[in-house]
Design a protein around this ligand. Structure first.
Ligand SMILES: [Zn+2]
Length: 393
């Protein structure tokens, strides 16, 4: 029986993702507070399936507005809790100021929700003009810990390599690192390489495929991958390549799981070593886990599908596709969004960079105006355009 990808199956997988934009099934009810990530898998999944046109223009705007509605902006003199939440569960409309004040104590951005929310906005073609890049990155810097790792949110949470990746992805996407300490981040990542050359969640943990992706992607996104010695890179490649069984496993002696075709596959893409793997057996494994009736992918064959393994399974497959024949869009491994979306992001980066230069000129003119005013030559201050733009690093 052939499990290959064809137009019919692409349509089924696209329909599968569209369903999650309508309703969250009962078995995923516990994910209600992280609904932003489900939207990320659905929207970015449709993009990789070249099926983003299934989202109508009205719905595109609705999703963008919904995402912005999850944005938490700290009030002056309050703790720096900026970022996106995964839903509206603590965003209530009420006239009772005391009640609102109590609810605000539970509103804070979450690094994973912020990363996925910005990913959705970029994929849907939003220009991020409703975001204050500095405030968002202030929120990222506020959750960096003294060992260089990051918590998910200001109210305390797990702090490990997952959130190091999210922090690096957010700063890279916003082209701004502000007070984030990249050196400490680097040291944390390097201290997490284990004896077998896989990266763990934190110092003294076990080497793991998902964590190894997070570490390598964070290093690439922060421009620090070239700090690792050539010999160490070879050892990391070896650990990754040895995770292939037919598909990929996350750790030694574990069974293959669809999502590791992305985690390990993307790690090897970042290291330019994916060509050393067996494409056919990897591809066969992932395709065996797809549901041929209603679409979607599972972690194992004959198991229940979910949006997480569906998105990562499809992304993993993109690495094994043959260029011109591919039905799938290429992805940018270290950000886990399509290359098409990444190209749109790079256009935004150029605009921001140009505006920063313009802002510099305006500063020069403002100084000149000040000098002229001081020498009693009248200049209308209003004629000088001001801009809240942020200097990119
Ligand atoms: Zn998995």
């Amino acid at each position: 029986m052939s499990y290959g990808l064809n137009i019919d199956r692409i349509k089924k997988h696209a329909k599968y993702f569209m369903r999650f934009l309508d309703v969250l099934p009962a078995n995923l009810a516990s994910h209600d507070c992280t609904r932003g990530t489900i939207v990320f898998f659905a929207v970015c999944g449709l993009d990789v399936l070249n099926s983003l046109d299934l989202i109508t223009e009205a719905r595109r705007k609705h999703i963008i507005d919904w995402i912005y509605g999850n944005l938490v902006t700290p009030r002056p003199e309050h703790r720096c809790c900026s970022g996106f939440q995964g839903g509206r569960f603590v965003m209530i409309k009420n006239d009772n100021e005391e009640l609102l004040e109590n609810v605000r104590c539970f509103q804070w951005g979450h690094l994973a929700m912020t990363y996925t929310s910005i990913g959705v906005l970029i994929t849907l073609g939003d220009d991020l003009s409703r975001l204050d890049r500095k405030i968002i990155v202030d929120g990222v810097a506020a959750v960096q810990r003294s060992d260089g790792s990051f918590s998910a949110c200001i109210d305390g949470s797990e702090h490990d390599m997952r959130f190091v990746f999210c922090a690096a992805a957010i700063c890279h996407m916003l082209d701004y690192w502000g007070d984030v300490n990249k050196e400490k981040m680097y040291q944390f990542i390097m201290n997490s390489i284990r004896y077998d050359n896989g990266f763990s969640q934190h110092t003294y943990g076990e080497g793991h495929g998902g964590t190894t992706y997070c570490a390598l992607a964070a290093l690439e996104l922060s421009g620090q991958l070239n700090r690792i010695s050539a010999a160490a890179l070879e050892d990391i490649k070896r650990w990754c390549i040895f995770r292939q069984v037919n598909g990929f496993q996350g750790r030694p002696n574990k069974p293959a799981d669809t999502c590791y075709s992305f985690w390990i596959g993307a790690a090897l893409q970042i290291l330019n070593a994916f060509h050393l793997t067996d494409f056919d057996s990897n591809r066969s494994y992932v395709l065996e886990t797809q549901d041929n009736v209603v679409g979607g992918f599972a972690k194992w064959p004959q198991s229940t599908t979910d949006p997480f393994h569906t998105y990562l399974g499809i992304c993993g497959l993109t690495f094994t596709e043959k260029g011109g024949e591919s039905l799938l869009a290429e992805i940018m491994p270290s950000l886990n969004i399509s290359k098409r979306a990444y190209e749109n992001l790079k256009i935004l980066h150029s605009k921001w960079s140009f505006q920063n230069v313009e802002d510099g000129y305006q500063g020069t003119f403002r100084n000149l105006a000040k000098e002229l005013t001081e020498t009693k030559i009248s200049v209308e201050e209003d004629e000088l355009v001001t801009s809240p733009l942020i200097r990119a690093q």
